[in-house]
Design a binder for this molecule. Structure first.
Ligand code: SF4
Length: 367
């Protein structure tokens, strides 16, 4: 949506307790600030996915996790279990703890920002789409359309608002309070908008902060995360992997230790990666392939897009398969769009019969 457009209807983002009823049962979204999960949290989530859900954890494009296939009322037990492992620190703010952070960065401000958001009573009113980002300086999350982002620039930190550098510069110790202040300012001026970029004018949001004279040149949101051997910002070594179609089976999750979930439906770990079927080869065809739930999991789906996406045999440009025009879960950035229709697919807007879609996607990935 562009500036000054009006939203109609309520923001229906699911939460851990406010589950969405899909064709295959309840869908709960668990916010994982910064994507950081300790081993014991991940293992308990795996048990919950096996016991209450369909046996897998779904990774989202904001590095959150979803459980699906929940029976009616299962969210009560889920909520109690999540609270027990520190993943539900606030009932009132659970859907607004949307915080992305650079996966290889220190993530040092994640917990502080999470606590500050939860401590500010009015921020419970933020739309569930509102997104904070803490960029380590890598530029990997600052330009992925967050509403408020922190990006180190020299010895200070730029606070970007609505994806734009308005010149706000703060010391490291004021980053969190400034981001919270921007979110509060948005709440004061918003009408029906869900995102800062939808406001007709952001002047009232950015007013009153310290400004520097320079501006950061906007970057391009990456469409893929760290794959293969990686070096963390602190010099530690590890491995990055893509999770096929973003579905991490309970057994795979139990085999991992501490992880960082990435916004590209992958994980990074310190040390080595166990051989559990995740993709660590950057040239594998499954890299950059994502899909919505599709048929039979969603009532609106016109095709089993998961199965079609898994059959993608040619590597290349990122591709997102969707069972209808809503394109749920589409990653930000330059992505080949494959959308099921009543009589086939649209591949980047071009009609293609079902029997030719694999060929069209292979061509589109290599353009
Ligand atoms: S894109 Fe359509 S088919 Fe896919 S999950 Fe969303 S609503 Fe369902």
């Amino acid at each position: 949506m562009s500036s000054s457009q009006r939203r109609t209807g309520a923001d229906a983002c699911p939460g851990a307790l406010d589950v969405h009823r899909a064709a295959d049962g309840g869908l709960a979204r668990v916010r994982i600030p910064g994507g950081r999960l300790r081993a014991e949290q991940l293992h308990r989530l795996a048990d919950l996915a096996a016991d209450l859900g369909d046996g897998a954890l779904e990774l989202t494009s904001r590095a959150n996790l979803q459980l699906r296939g929940l029976a009616e009322g299962a969210e009560v037990e889920l909520g109690a279990e999540l609270a027990g492992i520190g993943l539900l620190p606030s009932l009132s703010h659970e859907k607004v703890r949307n915080i992305m952070a650079s996966p290889l960065g220190p993530g040092g401000l994640v917990a502080e920002l999470d606590a500050a958001v939860c401590a500010e009573r009015d921020l419970a009113e933020l739309p569930g789409r509102f997104l904070f980002a803490l960029d380590s300086g890598a530029g990997d999350v600052a330009w992925s359309r967050p509403d408020v982002a922190a990006l180190p620039v020299g010895d200070r930190v730029a606070v970007l608002v609505g994806g734009v550098d308005h010149g706000i510069r703060v010391e490291q110790e004021r980053v969190v309070s400034t981001m919270v202040a921007c979110a509060l300012a948005f709440l004061r001026v918003r009408d029906t908008q869900w995102r800062i970029a939808e406001l007709p004018d952001v002047a009232a949001v950015v007013a009153g902060f310290d400004r520097g004279p320079d501006r950061v040149i906007p970057g391009t949101p990456p469409t893929g995360g760290p794959i293969g051997p990686i070096v963390f910002a602190d010099g530690g070594r590890g491995v990055g992997a893509a999770v096929p179609l973003g579905r991490l089976a309970a057994d795979q999750a139990r085999a991992l230790g501490d992880v960082v979930i990435t916004p590209w439906r992958g994980v990074v770990v310190r040390g080595g990666m166990p051989d559990i079927g995740l993709i660590t080869d950057p040239s594998a065809p499954g890299i950059g392939v994502t899909s919505c739930a599709g048929r039979p999991h969603c009532n609106k789906a016109l095709a089993d897009v998961r199965a079609a996406a898994l059959a993608t045999a040619v590597p290349g440009r990122a591709v997102h398969w969707a069972g209808c025009g809503r394109r749920c879960g589409r990653p930000v950035g330059e992505v080949l769009d494959v959308v099921a229709t009543e009589d086939g697919y649209l591949v980047d807007g071009r009609a293609v019969p079902g029997e030719r879609v694999a060929e069209a996607v292979a061509r589109g990935r290599q353009d």
